[in-house]
Design a protein around this ligand. Structure first.
Ligand SMILES: Nc1ncnc2c1ncn2[C@@H]1O[C@H](COP(=O)(O)OP(=O)(O)O)[C@@H](O)[C@H]1O
Ligand SMILES: [Mg+2]
Length: 380
């Protein structure tokens, strides 16, 4: 059985598309191709990529500088025979910068803004804890969607070890800002005397004498200025979280047919379903496809190449078939556990997908209308 599904229908009416799934399976590639397909159909689309492969980043013209989407040169797609009726915009997420922007926007005054951004503790915190890509990716998505400049925003997600991290990120972040530790610091009486015992104070004092860095002062200034920001921040985190379950938001799970990836995709699907989050489709990328050699083919090969070479070709073909069979089994296992979610497959291409032509090829398969014949083939 070969059936066809198209992202055209599956993404209809969505303003936000989030590509999630295990690392290394082709999430960034798929996000970009999804955006290309929507732009092909006339939409003005922004894709937020995270750590794209170098060659793809170059092809899309996304750079680390900027942290805002830039229009991708439409000529690239014209040249690939895949003219975009709409507009494709792309950016590479700069996590730290996104977090800084957020602080800037939420700060009640320029003084507070400068105090926080210039603070040593903040610099550490924003890169280490709060500036996690999981949170900033969704924060950026929220911002782009709220500004309303695009018909659709497509988000690639960070290559985290845990696929679910980014779903939890907004709550973790607001939890942090509302948590016990930070409330202690924010108490009017201050923490200098009460929270930190005399011993700790002495350590800070020693450090100041040795290094000239007054961490205690930094800490106290930081938390004082931060207190004006907490409410706005927590509120924002709530909005960001709400966007995940907005009816105009759809998830696309990207995975591969390999065992571990299938497990993770299944797990993610359950988590989305438990959280009432909309799953538009599961894209299974890099599926091996092979054509079985018929008796006639084998004979023709032997005639053409002679015995030994023909045998080697046949062996290679058998290997490819074994891989296809393995992938097929992975796919069946996935399908059986997905409760009927639409599954689209993409073949493993000979070369990686790094330019407009490659993205066009992927987009074409994802969006092919039923029956067109080049659709994402579902092995079965
Ligand atoms: N179907 C495919 N066939 C061949 N190469 C692919 C395919 N999908 C992705 N790639 C390549 O695999 C590499 C990793 O893909 P990427 O999208 O960056 O994965 P992820 O974002 O999940 O880490 C890239 O070099 C990409 O071009
Ligand atoms: Mg990636």
């Amino acid at each position: 059985m070969t059936d066809f599904s198209s992202l055209d229908l599956l993404l209809e009416g969505r303003r936000v598309v989030i590509c999630a799934g295990p690392g290394g399976v082709g999430k960034t590639t798929t996000s970009a191709a999804i955006a290309v397909g929507l732009a092909r159909r006339g939409a003005k689309v922004a894709v937020v990529t995270i750590d794209p492969a170098r060659r793809l980043a170059d092809a899309l013209g996304v750079q680390e500088l900027g942290n805002e989407p830039r229009r991708v040169d439409p000529d690239l797609f014209d040249a690939a025979g895949f003219a975009l009726q709409g507009e494709l915009w792309a950016m590479m997420l700069d996590s730290k910068r996104t977090f800084d922007d957020l602080i800037e926007r939420l700060a009640p005054s320029a003084r507070v803004r400068d105090e926080v951004l210039g603070n040593r503790i903040y610099a550490e915190l924003s890169t280490a804890v709060a500036g996690s890509q999981e949170f900033t990716a969704i924060a950026k998505l929220y911002e782009l969607d709220a500004e309303g400049d695009y018909d659709v925003v497509v988000l690639d997600t960070p290559p985290s070890r845990n696929t679910l991290d980014f779903l939890e990120a907004p709550r973790r972040i607001s939890g942090f800002f509302q948590g016990r530790a930070i409330r202690l610091f924010l108490r009017p009486a201050g923490f200098g005397g009460r929270l930190l015992g005399a011993g700790t104070g002495a350590v800070f004092g020693l450090m100041k004498r040795a290094t000239g860095i007054d961490l205690l002062e930094d800490l106290s200034v930081f938390f004082r200025s931060l207190s004006g920001l907490v409410e706005g921040f927590v509120e924002r985190a709530r909005h960001v979280e709400a966007l995940l379950s907005d009816e105009a938001t759809a998830f696309v799970i990207v995975t591969s047919p390999e065992h571990g990836a299938v497990e993770e995709a299944t797990f993610l699907q359950r988590r989305l379903s438990d959280g009432d989050l909309a799953l538009a489709a599961v894209v299974v990328n890099r599926v091996h496809q092979a054509d079985e050699l018929s008796q006639d083919d084998a004979q023709a090969l032997a005639d053409l190449l002679g015995g030994e070479l023909a045998q080697r070709v046949q062996a290679a073909s058998a290997d490819a078939l074994a891989l296809e069979r393995r992938d097929h089994q992975g796919l069946e296992r996935l399908r059986a556990s997905l409760n009927g979610a639409p599954v689209l497959t993409l073949p493993r291409f000979d070369d990686d997908v790094h330019d407009a032509a490659g993205l066009a090829q992927v987009a074409q398969r994802l969006y092919a209308p039923p029956g067109e014949g080049v659709g994402a083939r579902t092995l079965g």
